[in-house]
Design a protein around this ligand. Sequence first.
Ligand code: PDD
Length: 288
Amino acid sequence: METVILNGELIDRKDASIDVEDRGYQFGDGIYEVIRVYNGKMFTAAEHLERFQRSAENIGMKVSYSIGELTALLQQLVEKNSLELGIVYMQMSRGISPRNHAFPAAETKPTLVAYTREMARPEKNMQSGVKAMLMEDIRWLRCDIKSLNLLGNLLAKQKAVEAGCFEAIQHRGETVTEGSSSNILIVKEGKVLTHPADNLILNGITRKQLEQICVNNNIPFEECTFTIDEMLHADEVIMTSTTSEVMPVCEIDGKGVNKGVPGSVTQRLQKLFTAEIEKQCGELVYSV
Ligand code: PDD
């Protein structure tokens, strides 16, 4: 039996149903989070749940659970499903109401859903690095909100996958923004650079963790925009996300980055990130 959360209740997935007029289903009117689970423990849960609350506020919704209540509920879900290594996915929509673009009455209850999935660490790709493809960023101007509306991201990812790439690196004009489901960082003369956390990117939790790791280990880190050309001539390129962790990008549009192999700063950051996971969740069977 697989357990899911529907509106605060832990129930059998077979018994969970969503109304056809749920606004998440009809409009993508809602928000979501993806949290990693290592050794049966959620990694950086508080940071994800704080962002969940911020995303909700940004679209005029309120999470009616405290971070403590949500953490306890999700941890129960992880335990019920005996999840050791994987993810928790959670989303909250603006609820069920007759289709109308304008928001429904204030008393409409949001729909909260969460489930777990087993997912290995992407060990092979973390060791060898991945290929990426450049793509114009056609998304809206509030990419800081982790919205259910992901069509722009999906179209970019699909094109990349069709071209045999792992990720689409998006840019607005000459400025690199972020991946279709990841943040992008470059390494230049030992310094780690990434797009400022403004409205044009999602302020990734993995990105934030890396910033802290850099600060703690005297690795220069700076939030600043960089161009496509600067990225193509960077010493190293990294993509980060909850599921991909710290992933070397070794080829962009067919051109090799750092001669096509993961760079030394990337490898050091991978080790430090793994150490951070182990600090929070205990020893990992596999360590990069
Ligand atoms: N994606 N930018 C975008 C557009 C993303 O969708 C994600 C995450 C990130 C990285 O954020 P974080 O480090 O907090 O995971 C950046 C998740 C994993 C997803 O949609 O599956």
